[in-house]
Design a protein around this ligand. Structure first.
Ligand SMILES: C[S@@+](CC[C@H](N)C(=O)[O-])C[C@H]1O[C@@H](n2cnc3c(N)ncnc32)[C@H](O)[C@@H]1O
Length: 254
């Protein structure tokens, strides 16, 4: 099998697929969340408390309450899902998304102000942009499988997390196969037995060795229902710098 059976994955190809994503969010903002009005209110209220999944990790890390917790939401979309306030500490929330310019124009034209906004950036280059060992919590939901190079992206997510910090990665299983490789859905992430697998057009690589270099705190799975695509959430505690070469050696040995 040669590379030409796989979709083109450069930035030009990615740009050409991104219109549907911008249109989705333009409509979502203009209709105040459309079918998801609670989600819109949650993301546009400065008083929304930090969600439990993140707050509980900050509690567990026993951070000095006098310093702000550094949280990265990458692949954030226009507005973060994480919430903005905590009675326990100050929150410094950084949002990153390649479509930030379009999203900020949408927020501006709909009068959504004073809510943290995304800056432009990609998983693949965020490490150089934001720095390694930088964040207490790195959060990525329903986005890594929309990217250009998810393996590099995952490496960078771990690298940007500080030692002792947390990566919380969540995805819907098999988005590319399920969506016929439409729009930004060009990659599948899936949990297969005890492995986390990345695949495209029937080719696959086991990502588990890259996760396993860290302490895996939990892997939870909610199965697909009629209303819901299902999701997998992996929470890691970073213990060491990630090593891609060793991870790939283990992946090819298994
Ligand atoms: C389905 S939205 C999810 C938004 C948000 N995380 C949520 O859960 O509501 C996917 C987002 O991933 C972003 N994305 C796609 N490729 C990316 C990349 N290479 N780096 C960072 N974000 C990316 C898209 O621009 C889009 O805003």
């Amino acid at each position: 099998m040669t590379n030409n059976v796989l979709p083109k994955m450069g930035t030009d190809a990615w740009d050409s697929r991104a219109d549907s994503e911008v249109n989705f969010w333009r409509n979502w903002v203009a209709t105040k969340g459309g079918r998801w009005p609670e989600d819109f209110l949650h993301r546009t209220d400065r008083e929304t408390p930090l969600i439990e999944a993140v707050d509980s990790q900050l509690e567990d890390m026993k951070l000095d309450p006098s310093t702000a917790a550094e949280i990265l939401d990458i692949g954030s979309g226009p507005l973060s899902l994480l919430g903005y306030s905590s009675p326990n500490r100050a929150i410094n929330l950084t949002l990153v998304d390649p479509l930030a310019d379009a999203y900020n124009e949408i927020l501006e034209s709909n009068g959504i102000i004073d809510i943290p906004r995304p800056q432009k950036g990609y998983f693949e280059t965020a490490l150089g942009q934001l720095g390694e060992n930088r964040f207490d919590v790195v959060w990525c939901r329903n986005a890594l499988d929309h990217s250009i190079d998810p393996l590099l992206g995952l490496y960078n997510l771990i690298a940007m997390c500080r030692h002792g910090g947390r990566l919380i990665l969540s995805f819907h299983p098999n988005e590319a196969d399920g969506g016929n490789y439409g729009g930004l859905h060009q990659w599948n992430l899936n949990k297969q037995d005890d492995k986390i697998v990345l695949s495209q057009k029937g080719l696959k690589v086991d990502l588990t060795p890259l996760f396993s270099q860290q302490e895996i705190l939990s892997v939870s799975q909610h199965n697909h229902t009629e209303q819901d695509k299902g999701d997998v959430t992996i929470t890691l505690k970073k213990n060491c710098d990630p090593n891609l070469s060793q991870a790939m050696m283990w992946a090819s040995a298994s």
